[in-house]
Design a protein. Sequence first.
Length: 304
Amino acid sequence: MKKARFERYNRYGLLFIAPFFLAFLVFQLYPIFYTIFLSFTDLKGWSTEASIVGFENYVNLLNNALFLQSIRNTLILWGVNFVPQITLALLLAAWFTNLKLKLKGTGFFKIIFYLPNIITAASVAVLFFALFSFPMGPMNLVLTHLGVLERPFDFFRSVASTRLIVSFIQFWMWYGQTTIVLVSGILSIDQSLFESAMVDGASDAQIFRKITLPLLKPIMLYTLVTSLIGGLQMFDIPFLLTNGNPDNSVNTITMFIYKQAFTGSRNFQIAATASVILLGMSILLSTLLFRFFQEKSKVRGRNG
């Protein structure tokens, strides 16, 4: 009798999770397989008929200079924003959780740091476009008034400055969330370890290097993987700010996919192929990160 009642309750659980699986099958899994299928066809324009062309699209795309440039742009923009982002986030997390400092009002600062993340990308793009506009933008007025610039500078016609602005926006929008994730990871570490190290006379730097960082490795891996995947999918800020210009210097992979699918001759087969390559890059780089962290753990285990 009890077993039958338990099985009946199981059905309610299955009914409860069924909507998620149905939504996943219809809106995620099916589009993935259909995109993979399209990457082997010649579908383009408004045509509804397509022929199988094998790996022709992949060969053409890997010889496409604009696509290869979009890959380089994406990796450059991600690297330039992520390195200072994780550095500052680690520093802030160490300060907020330091038992010696016992900083007050950390909750307020966490809210302030996280605020840029909840502002819409369109608003942020408009704000920074106005700040760095030429010739009468606030940044130009300030820099010329201080004597840093002799004359107004057109930031969005310079490859270097445009990349730096886009990277800074990405850094500014996401460092707060990264900080909160790292603070949560540090707070999950047994506090007695820090207290014991302090009693033994360990410095803050030694505690951070010998205790915090090794035990924070799973959270660091999570941060790296999610940031990498998010970086590979970077779209809104460079698109809204300069539409990939100047000289396609901030034209990312997802922008390339969008322009191939929804502008010009609507090369759906090229967009699908680029999407599959992007998926493969995400899987490959994430796997390499997991392997790297596993190898480091094994080396430290043998040395320890």
